[in-house]
Design a protein around this ligand. Structure first.
Ligand SMILES: [Cu+2]
Length: 177
């Protein structure tokens, strides 16, 4: 009788133990699951297009601040004019790029391009929407880049054509809060 009771209690105990272990496991997995979901959500809300989608309706009504940058000049000097650009995060800009020189140049600022939301690039009769990383301007060309800076920081600008960066065709772009 005692033996049967003991076995019964033991069985009961082991079932309780299994239940406890299972619930501990669940508790251990649940936060991980929740964390992953949160991380995923965080990633999505942090993605530039999502931010842009939330901001765009108001931002698109905001008048764009116009800034002109010349890639080279008529004297064929290898430089950006101006070579220091300053933007404020969350404002809308219209960056007008012109090439008044007799040779082609690039406006290359990949990290900067990753830290902004591009509304559009207009060149001639073509309007390009979506992410842009680099623009090539042939002699006499003009392009307009409309964007909203998102990520504060200092970014490098250069023209990667052989010899141009070395000759000083570089610049610095700042996005401040
Ligand atoms: Cu160049």
């Amino acid at each position: 009788m005692e033996m049967i009771l003991f076995t019964a209690t033991y069985k009961h105990l082991s079932q309780i133990l299994i239940k406890i272990i299972t619930s501990i496991r669940l508790q251990a997995t649940l936060p991980l699951y929740v964390m992953l979901t949160l991380l995923l959500c965080w990633n999505f809300t942090n993605a530039a297009p999502a931010v842009a989608a939330n901001l765009s309706s108001n931002l698109l009504k905001q008048p764009a601040t116009e800034i002109t940058v010349n890639l080279g000049n008529s004297a064929n000097e290898l430089k950006f004019e101006p070579n220091h650009l300053e933007f404020v995060a969350g404002k809308r800009y219209q960056l007008r790029l012109t090439n008044p020189s007799q040779q082609k140049h690039y406006f290359t600022a990949k990290d900067f391009a990753d830290g902004i939301w591009t509304q559009k690039v207009e060149a001639g009769k073509v309007e390009i929407k979506g992410a842009i990383h680099e623009l090539e301007l042939k002699p006499g060309a003009e392009a307009e880049w409309v964007f909203v800076p998102l990520k504060p920081g200092k970014y490098g600008l250069r023209c990667p054509i052989a010899g141009h960066t070395e000759a000083g065709m570089t610049g610095e772009i700042t996005i401040s809060n």
